[in-house]
Write a protein that binds this ligand. Sequence first.
Ligand SMILES: [Ca+2]
Length: 171
Amino acid sequence: MDRRDHELWNLKRRITLLGDKVTPGANGLKLDFSTADSLAPLNIVNQGTATADTGWKLAKPYLQVGYDPNYQDGLDTDAILFLDLRGRTTAKLEFGLQCDTEEGWDFVEVQVTNNASKKVLFSLSGKADMARYSVDLSEFAGQDNVAVHVRFTSDSNTHFAGARVSDITLQ
Ligand SMILES: [Ca+2]
């Protein structure tokens, strides 16, 4: 990554450190956006043209970008879940996602950062009906500072409906 990108990631990591770190219990963690009153413990970080209105927001029953109206160009909006995975030997993220974006240019991604690295573990672009997806986070089990980023980005032109997340679970 280039210098500016690196600086932005460091900035986001500092902001995230101020937020709630979650230690998933024996039953894991479930964020159900049909019943949630807020996005906590998710931390929303907006860059580019993204604002509280145009970035990820709670629009029951979804965590949502766009959809009535369509999303905007130039978005970089990140819903970050900061995890303490010490004491775990495995970890699996699951979520329901509907997507309608400009294929190849506008993306929903799951990126995971820890003290050492940033990895893209899931990427979806184009049109996809609501479906469930899972991402294996076991390589991060046992670690203290694990940040899971559900990130939506759009380029400088052409936009469609957006992205909707129904729930996020960690098991
Ligand atoms: Ca676009």
